[in-house]
Design a protein around this ligand. Structure first.
Ligand SMILES: [Zn+2]
Ligand SMILES: [Zn+2]
Length: 352
């Protein structure tokens, strides 16, 4: 652990005291080098906290507000935001290793070296300065150590099913990869009224979790051809209506596409490593199979994040069961090791 100095929030910025932060595969991808990010950086992008101070011109959050982070800030005014597609806001093109004015708010207390931000959020710290547009206020009675999960893994899995695939009642849904994102795709498919929800994973304990979250069938994904045959048999009609992929590997992306019947839709959620390519038979597209992806579950953060928190508070969406362990900052490296080994569902850093 390193002690950092944190500047006051400038115009359009907010000082947040984080209460909790989920540990996500996107952070792990930076740690293991499969996704390049300049260093030194404070990672973390799945956070929940309380506003401690606001900079000049901030109007949408106030001191004392409970907030979730949104790793895709939404300006509310650009062409994408105006269409209700705030997850594609032009701000995603900005350099989010620094604040909007091009400088950082964190520096090493001993050496004075500037420390970079991660998605301008850096939730693996007790406090951070964050752009106002990267925060979403939520109700104050929601436990922040659970609500933090909504900020990335939950929103991504939920949104892939509800917003992007638009799963319909009575349909068949295959979910490939049953970790922190896949389990949320499964419980969203339950909410959408899917008739059959087929969970695919190589790890038996992950398939058990999938059943707890509402999967009606489980398939061992170790042997691709056998898995495809099993999926077709369970779904009928030559395959599934929808497939949600939450791994990001070429084999699982192709499994998602190949398990569909004609006209089915595959939504890719997993983040492939830098340099990954896939090849496939383009004639499959002529049979109206759809291969698409989603960014941040195609959510409109200021509408969908509080809505998912409401679903949880009403007992209609599981968050507590997603958490395999709560850890303190001192245990963060062990926690990422467990995530890398596939041992963890979701581990949550809780700040005292
Ligand atoms: Zn994430
Ligand atoms: Zn925008």
């Amino acid at each position: 652990m390193t002690e950092l100095e944190l500047d006051e929030p400038r115009a359009g910025e907010v000082l947040v005291r984080y209460v909790a932060s989920g540990l996500c595969h996107s952070d792990l991808h930076v740690i293991d080098g499969s996704m390049f990010h300049p260093a030194p950086v404070v990672l973390g992008h799945e956070g929940a906290g309380i506003v401690e101070a606001v900079g000049p011109g901030v109007t949408t959050v106030s001191v004392g507000d409970h907030v979730l982070t949104s790793y895709q800030p939404a300006c509310g005014r650009c062409w994408y935001c105006s269409q209700g597609r705030s997850n594609l806001c032009v701000l995603r093109d900005a350099n989010r290793t620094v604040m909007a004015d091009g400088t950082t708010r964190m520096r090493d207390k001993k050496t004075g070296e500037d420390i970079l931000h991660f998605f301008q959020l850096s939730t693996h710290s007790e406090r951070a300065v964050v752009p106002e547009l990267g925060l979403v206020p939520i109700r104050k009675d929601a436990p922040l150590d659970l609500a933090c999960l909504v900020s990335c893994g939950v929103a991504t899995g939920f949104g892939a099913v509800i917003n992007r695939a638009k799963v319909h009642t009575g349909s068949t849904v295959v979910v490939i990869g049953c970790g922190g994102v896949g389990l949320n795709a499964i419980q969203a498919a339950v909410l959408a009224g899917a008739a059959r929800i087929v969970a695919v994973d190589r790890l038996p304990h992950k398939l058990e979790h999938a059943r707890e979250f509402g999967a009606t069938h489980t398939v061992d994904g170790t042997d691709t051809e056998k898995a495809l045959a099993d999926i077709r048999q369970i779904c009928g009609h030559d395959g599934a209506d929808y497939a949600i992929e939450a791994v990001g590997a070429p084999a699982t992306i192709m499994m998602a596409f190949n398990c569909l019947h004609r006209g089915g839709t595959a939504v890719i959620n997993g983040i492939a490593a830098d340099g990954t390519t896939i090849t496939f038979d383009p004639r499959l597209l002529l049979t109206e199979r759809v291969l698409t992806g989603t960014s941040f579950g195609s959510i409109r953060s200021r509408i969908d994040l509080p809505m998912i928190v409401d679903l949880f508070m009403d007992g209609k969406f599981k968050l507590r069961e997603l958490v395999s362990r709560q850890v303190g900052l001192a245990e963060i490296n062990d926690a990422y090791d467990r995530l890398a080994k596939g041992e963890a569902r979701r581990e949550v850093l809780v700040y005292s």
